[in-house]
Write a protein that binds this ligand. Structure first.
Ligand code: FMN
Ligand code: SF4
Ligand code: SF4
Length: 255
């Protein structure tokens, strides 16, 4: 979708806030009115967000900007949520309501992307989940046979029919050009999922299978120039953790 930035000169009071906040130095003040120099900028929308007069708008969106008038979140609550979060591998046989899934998608939609490239795409695997898992299981069983020849360690290792998705009702495959952009979107969805009482597993194994199997790539219809960057397995947990887990302090350098 094409987006044009428009400045309403009647509303503009020449306060320069948009000029100072534009990361591409793309706005000038001419006769005390802000003027966009080129429509060929990254369309980050900072000029829209900062204008105290609501004089700047961007065309081509299906919704108005959200007003910033709610109180900020509680930092202690957020930290507790992060500290007690676990990867979940046991799920209830319970579908996720559509409005909850929509919240996950909204969280991903609003995450930042480098130079506002908006390259992230999501594939929701629900109906075709079993089919995708079957292909991945077949591939991994074949790979395991090869590993068995070289190492005793894997002889007892079992790849069951639900090895990847653990019977969870929803899998979100995160596709994009840039790994960081995709992982940021995934992480926002995971946090939103937690807020809805859902559990999440990042499946590196399925991501690896999607890179390796031509059959999976074809089935997922990965667009040219993009690749599967990460995979989220999501459902209501059938277990409850009584406590968090200790973690070694991060190695942090101050120089
Ligand atoms: C991986 C990544 C790298 C980024 N690198 C830069 C950067 O080097 N310089 C910069 O000014 N902004 C950088 N940004 C910020 C993006 O330009 C910004 O997220 C995007 O324009 C959308 O604006 P918003 O985050 O205010 O929604 C980066 C963002 C991401 C996610
Ligand atoms: S922030 Fe708004 S009012 Fe201020 S100069 Fe820019 S367009 Fe004009
Ligand atoms: S959309 Fe971003 S880059 Fe473009 S003019 Fe506005 S603030 Fe500058």
């Amino acid at each position: 979708m094409k987006h044009d930035i428009k400045i309403d000169v009647q509303k503009c009071i020449g306060c320069r806030q948009c000029i100072k906040d534009c990361p591409e130095q793309n706005i000038r003040l001419i006769q005390n009115k802000a003027q966009i120099q080129s429509q060929d900028c990254m369309k980050c929308g900072h000029c829209v967000a900062i204008c105290p007069q609501n004089a700047v708008t961007m065309t081509g969106f299906d919704q108005d900007p959200i007003q910033c008038d709610q109180k900020e979140m509680d930092p202690k609550e957020l930290l507790y949520t992060i500290q007690t979060n676990r990867s979940v591998r046991q799920f209830q046989k319970k579908e996720i309501p559509n409005d909850v899934i929509q919240d996950l998608l909204e969280a991903a939609r609003y995450m930042p992307t480098a130079r506002n490239m908006r390259d992230v795409e999501l594939i929701l695997l629900q109906k075709e989940r079993e089919q995708a898992e079957k292909i991945a299981v077949h591939l991994f069983r074949k790979l395991l046979k090869g590993l068995n020849l070289f190492s005793k360690r894997y002889r007892e290792f079992l790849i069951d029919d639900h090895f990847f998705f653990k019977k969870a009702p929803l899998v979100i495959v995160v596709v994009g050009k840039d790994k960081t952009n995709a992982v940021l979107a995934a992480s926002a969805m995971a946090l939103m999922a937690k807020a809805h009482g859902l559990g999440v597993l990042y499946s590196g194994f399925f991501t690896l299978a999607a890179h390796t199997s031509i059959k999976l790539k074809r089935m997922l219809k990965i667009p040219k120039g993009k690749k599967v960057q990460t995979t989220l397995v999501i459902g209501y947990p059938s277990i409850k953790y009584a406590r968090g887990v200790q973690r070694e302090a991060l190695h942090v350098q101050s120089r």
